[in-house]
Design a protein around this ligand. Structure first.
Ligand SMILES: [Zn+2]
Length: 338
């Protein structure tokens, strides 16, 4: 048998040549299971040019791997998973509670609507800060909807996809009343919660309403990590059930229980925070010891997100929409987690 380089099977399976990957849809065309399970790269069968690497495989296939693709799919260092801390943070910035409205990350509606670069700038601000204001939005539902659709299609929910609401209980959810809510994320009862939300106050009667409180969830998680790694570990370990049951004939739960801190399984970076104590169901599949650990961690987390220095207040105003990385709202006083 010819000498070979030992290679990852997944590398052959993910060949980027036009026979293996449809060049437009990027869907896999190679029959994964027809590739021999002992496939390897031929000895001296690896070459490259300015754009890509070519691998001659033992099954006779010539694989092509553009450098851009390789760079986006680098193997993560597995050692990272076995050492503490419980998880990592991707780079992000946090707004100080003393920030004024003028210093909040902001983009202009005209820029977003006119140029692709405008959308990129908007998305980068949201990713970096967790939220971003859009100034100069025409005060009408249609314009607000068009703004959203610059990013992507609108996710549908049992409330609809895009809607305007006033403070009542049509939606049978306390988020739509004037009761103020503690900091939380929305859609905890979905298997895949919507991550971006946009709010635009369209009318403002008698100066009431629109006061919105943001809490930066990543900053709070970083604080918890500094104060007590064990709490972070517990919130990233035990899954909880969540539900939406307020509307007649509606009961929504995720297809599987979910953790408060969801981490990327490849990089172990914090990816999603799922925190809504109102919608948390009763958990039954744990021991009394585990339960104590989780409640103690949750209490610490709750204490951090209610600290005054974690609060970022902003007043929603007609003409300025705010896009947030996972949040909730009420008409009068809103506390949201980003
Ligand atoms: Zn191929």
């Amino acid at each position: 048998m010819a000498e070979t380089h030992e290679a990852f099977y997944s590398c052959r399976d993910n060949c980027q040549c036009s026979r293996c990957i449809h060049q437009e849809t990027k869907q896999r065309m190679v029959d994964t299971f027809s590739i021999p399970d002992d496939v390897n790269a031929l000895w001296r069968g690896i070459s490259y040019d300015l754009k890509s690497v070519t691998i001659n495989w033992t099954d006779g296939h010539i694989g092509i791997y553009p450098f851009t693709w390789l760079s986006a799919h680098r193997f993560q260092n597995d050692d990272r998973k076995s050492v503490s801390p419980p998880f990592y943070f991707r780079p992000f910035e946090a707004i100080s509670c003393n920030s004024t409205y003028q210093t909040f990350p902001t983009v202009s509606y005209d820029n977003v609507m006119a140029k692709e670069e405008g959308i990129l700038e908007w998305l980068e601000q949201i990713l970096k800060w967790g939220f971003c204001c859009v100034r100069g939005v025409p005060v009408a539902p249609k314009s607000t909807e068009a703004l959203l659709e610059r990013i992507a299609f609108i996710r549908n929910t049992h409330y609809g996809g895009f809607w305007d609401f006033t403070s009542d209980l049509t939606f049978k959810d306390t988020a739509y009343t004037t009761d103020s809510l503690a900091a939380h994320t929305d859609n905890t009862y979905f298997t895949d919660p919507a991550r971006l939300q946009l709010f635009h106050l369209l009318s403002h009667t008698n100066g009431e309403g629109g006061a919105t409180l943001l809490v930066d969830g990543f900053r709070a998680a970083q604080q918890l990590m500094e104060e007590d790694e064990q709490s972070c570990r517990m919130l990233a370990k035990f899954s909880q059930s969540f539900h939406s049951s307020g509307n007649e004939h509606v009961c929504i739960q995720p297809s599987k229980a979910a953790k408060v801190f969801e981490c990327d399984i490849r990089t172990n970076e914090l990816q999603l925070i799922r925190w809504n104590n109102y919608d948390r169901g009763a958990k039954t599949d744990w021991t009394i010891e585990s339960e104590k650990l989780w409640y103690s961690a949750a209490r610490h987390w709750n204490e951090i997100i209610t600290r005054p220095e974690m609060e970022i207040w902003l007043q929603l105003q007609p003409g300025t929409a705010i896009s947030i990385y996972a949040l909730s709202s009420s008409a009068k006083s809103t506390e949201v987690l980003i």
